[in-house]
Design a protein around this ligand. Structure first.
Ligand code: ADP
Length: 498
């Protein structure tokens, strides 16, 4: 009987492979980094073949580590950096251009054109997204324009478009499968999230031929089998989701109103809204959480651009300490920030402010301000920004949060987690196992092949030993600190003069 589920976690800087056992524990992890290409300022590209090579290498290495063969693996789950767009030759599997990465700003002029055509409301209504270079649609357009003859070839069905999940499935099955699933499709700006189908109006607006699109299947279900050459035998690929949605699943946020926050470079808060497609009046994105049993479930998503990277700035830019983990002790060495607030609007502010011209502000300084105060203000800013998004969840979905589930590198910081609970007035729950994104992909895959029977099987496997941070701050103090944050944000808005 198969002992493992293999999760492939294809991220922005590395390709990882993780083997999960039935009790949710990790048997092996392997990781391989790959090259970031910056052809021009603001452009970010990846070599699609290097993504595949590193992913395959990581997968082979985890099997070697535990002396496992293909028959020990019940199924493969894939989770991936979202929005990154690839175009390849259907017959040969050769990419026709480097992958354009989610962070890349090179398609801003294409988005400007869509805005000029007055498509903003249409895009929101059909795709749940705002017009932005972040999403895949304008990236496909860019590739079809950049490579001579590509448009005609795409129309003849000779080229395939895909996000990273599609690319890995195509490679793993040696071209037998060209598919994706709704959580990834919902980030392309080409997919109608209400209908659960590719959207003709969006395809027309961007001139993307239908013949190049992958087939959208359930997130949990068998997509195909790996070619035996890769891992020594055929293994079903049985679960796929974009990284943030996979983390939502891995956190066990199955019910409407449940939410998670991933504290990494930035923060990504997602709240499950169930079968209801909540639309946001405050600039959150509406996105598909996953497709299961032919039904879509939805989420609201708030993205915070600068979170853990503000801690990196203290470390590398200001040299206040040498290791991010030291920030917790520094922040705890003082009882408050002495009235100091940092607004880390280094690249503008996202939801709910949406101000590209906002810039970072450090306010409330006095002669008594120390590095401890500034460090504390920086960690607190991560929690305040997260509260801003949670306030939008309340307003947009009318759903109350009874606990915030957390993961990501910076959630290791106990000071930050306690302050988050205090400033939200809501408990914060940190699982003992932080590989939540990979676990989510493994869970989708394991449920599809009967490795796990149902969700409760999964929750009991991973729910024990969580650290719950209970709010301890008085309501008065919470309100007064948060009011101070709002005043500080005011100072940072519209700073950059255009
Ligand atoms: P990503 O996946 O976005 O690369 P990670 O989840 O690996 O990010 O988290 C790394 C980020 O978290 C870095 O920006 C780092 O500064 C921050 N970080 C890591 N450990 C801590 C800590 N103990 N306290 C505060 N921030 C931390």
């Amino acid at each position: 009987m198969a002992r493992y589920i293999l999760a492939l976690d294809q991220g922005t800087t590395s390709s990882r492979a993780i083997l999960f056992e039935r009790d949710g524990s990790i048997a092996a992890v392997e990781q391989a980094e790959f090259t970031q290409h910056f052809p021009e300022p603001g452009w970010v590209e990846h070599d699609a073949n290097e993504i595949w090579d590193t992913q395959l290498q990581a997968a082979r290495n985890v099997l070697i580590q535990v002396h496992a063969s293909a028959s020990d693996i019940a199924g493969i789950g894939i989770t991936n950096q979202r929005e990154t767009a690839l175009v390849w030759d259907r017959a040969t599997g050769e990419p026709i251009h480097r992958a354009i990465v989610w962070q890349s700003r090179q398609t801003m002029p294409i988005c400007e054109r869509l805005r000029a055509q007055g498509l903003e409301d249409e895009v929101k209504r059909r795709t749940g997204l705002v017009i932005d270079a972040y999403f895949s649609g304008s990236k496909v357009r860019f590739i079809l324009d950049a490579v001579e003859g590509a448009q005609a070839r795409a129309e003849r069905g000779e080229l395939c478009f895909g996000t990273v999940d599609s690319w890995l499935m195509y490679k793993l099955t040696k071209g037998a499968v060209h598919a994706t699933e709704p959580s990834n499709a919902s980030r392309t700006m080409l997919y109608n999230i209400g209908e659960g189908a590719w959207d003709d109006v969006m395809l027309d607006a961007l001139g993307v031929p239908r013949a190049m699109l992958p087939e959208v299947q359930d997130s949990s279900g068998v997509f195909g089998e790996t070619d035996p050459e890769w891992l020594g035998g055929a293994i079903p690929i049985s679960g796929v989701a974009g990284d943030q949605q996979a983390a939502l699943f891995g956190q066990g946020c199955f019910d409407p109103g449940s939410a998670k926050n991933t504290y990494g470079t930035g923060c990504f808060l997602l709240m499950n809204t169930g079968a209801k497609m909540a639309t946001s009046a405050s600039g959150l994105l509406t996105t598909v959480a996953w497709g299961r049993g032919g039904e879509l479930e939805y989420a609201l998503e708030g993205s915070i651009f600068v979170a853990g990277s503000a801690v990196q700035w203290l470390r590398d830019g200001l040299g206040l300490f040498s290791d991010a983990a030291e920030s917790a002790a520094l922040a705890s060495a003082v009882t408050d920030t002495g009235g100091v607030y940092l607004v880390p609007a280094f690249t503008g502010l996202g939801a709910p402010y949406w101000d590209e011209r906002a810039r970072g502000a450090l306010v409330g300084l006095t002669r008594g301000t120390t590095r401890e105060h500034v460090t504390r203000a920086t960690l607190e800013s991560i929690a305040y920004q997260s509260r801003d998004v949670v306030e939008c969840f309340h307003g947009d979905a009318g759903l109350d949060l009874d606990v915030l589930r957390v993961d990501g590198g910076a959630c290791a910081n106990d000071f930050l987690m306690q302050f988050q609970a205090d400033i939200l007035g809501t408990p914060v729950r940190r699982p003992p196992m932080l590989e939540v994104t990979a676990l989510g992909a493994a869970a989708l895959a394991g449920l599809a092949v009967g490795f796990w029977q149902n969700e409760s099987d999964l929750v009991t496997a991973t729910g024990e030993g969580a650290h719950v941070f209970e709010p301890e701050m008085s309501v008065d103090q919470r309100d007064s600190l948060y009011a101070g944050w709002k005043r500080a944000v005011e100072r940072s808005l519209a700073w950059e003069q255009s």
